[in-house]
Design a protein around this ligand. Structure first.
Ligand code: UTP
Length: 297
């Protein structure tokens, strides 16, 4: 029997949701295109893939999401215009956006849930492991969460999902994992074995305070689990439900990754990301810090 491929080359970026939490900004533009400082959310996500060694990105789009394809397409007129004005650095920046990796697009005709969005990428992924990165969650920092998951998959051959600690009182806002140590003698206490996943539990019923954060590394068997998953909460095909099956049948790790995520599809999360990434900006971060101090809020 041939070994399953361990090298992770592909990522699926679901970006077909309606973004209702960010209305009215998302009425006529995709939430994944909202800029944090100077880049649209989805570009942060693509850059995380590139920094994690992934070279084939599949974006799941839907109605009204053409701006995403346009953003990663080539722009010869704009490049030419910038060059003619002597703005060569900007011209290079524009050129590089579409040339980071290979992009493919597939369409989710109706937003039937995150699990369904991943399932529509089945043919493009094929029979190999792949990462899933939510198009509206950004995780800045030197060591990408996806890279941490890739390392786990490549060394264990099993799927892994990124989790992070949240206040117990807030478990009702997240998918929460029920876990046990992966190997009691292992030096890596961040790696945990998933017993089960629970969607948005009350704090009293939550099996832990480890929340699923929007980065997944999945084996191709997850497609079979998705195909057997019936619509759940809100009539949507939930990725969480398919992951429960995957955990039971093939095993699945949770990884308490090093880093911090921002759910920028939520207004407050978006503001936090903007402030914190703005403070890190080389050009104006210090001035921005001074400005915030002066506000004395
Ligand atoms: P969210 O639940 O944050 O997206 O899904 P949403 O449904 O657009 O948001 P709200 O709650 O209405 O504001 C996380 C990611 O999964 C994608 C979204 O585009 C987002 O990037 N998604 C969600 C899909 O691609 N298809 C879906 O059917 C649902």
């Amino acid at each position: 029997m041939s070994e399953k491929p361990r090298r992770v080359r592909k990522a699926v970026l679901p970006a077909a949701g309606l973004g209702t939490r960010f209305l009215p900004a998302t009425k006529a533009q995709p939430k994944e295109m909202l800029p944090v400082v100077d880049k649209p959310l989805i570009q942060y996500v693509v850059e995380e893939c590139v920094a994690s060694g992934i070279d084939n990105i599949i974006i799941v789009t839907g109605r009204g999401k053409n701006a995403i394809e346009d953003h990663f397409d080539s722009s010869p007129e704009l490049e030419h215009f910038l060059q003619s004005k002597g703005k060569c650095e900007l011209a290079k920046l524009v050129h590089d956006i579409g040339n980071m990796v290979t992009f493919s697009y597939t369409r989710q005709k109706e937003p039937l849930g995150l699990g369904h969005a991943v399932l529509v990428a089945k043919e493009l992924v094929g029979n190999e492991p792949f990462a899933v990165l939510l198009g509206d969650v950004i995780i800045p920092g030197p060591r990408p969460a996806t890279q941490q998951l890739v390392e786990i998959y490549e060394s264990t051959g099993k799927g892994a999902i990124a989790v992070e600690e949240v206040p117990r009182a807030k478990t009702g806002l997240y998918g929460i994992v029920d876990v046990e140590p992966s190997n009691p003698s292992s030096a890596n206490s961040r790696l945990l074995k998933i017993r089960d996943l629970v969607e948005k539990p009350n704090p009293a019923d939550a099996p832990s305070n480890l929340a699923v954060t929007g980065r997944y590394l999945l084996p191709p068997e997850v497609f079979d689990c998705l195909e057997r998953t019936k619509p759940g909460r809100g009539g949507e095909i939930q990725l969480t439900d398919a992951l429960r099956l995957l955990a039971q049948e093939s095993g699945l790790y949770a990884y308490n990754y090093e880093g911090k995520s921002y759910d920028a599809g939520d207004k407050l999360g978006f503001l936090k990301a903007t402030v914190e990434i703005g403070l890190e900006n080389k050009e104006f971060g210090n001035e921005f810090r001074e400005y915030l101090r002066e506000l004395k809020v």
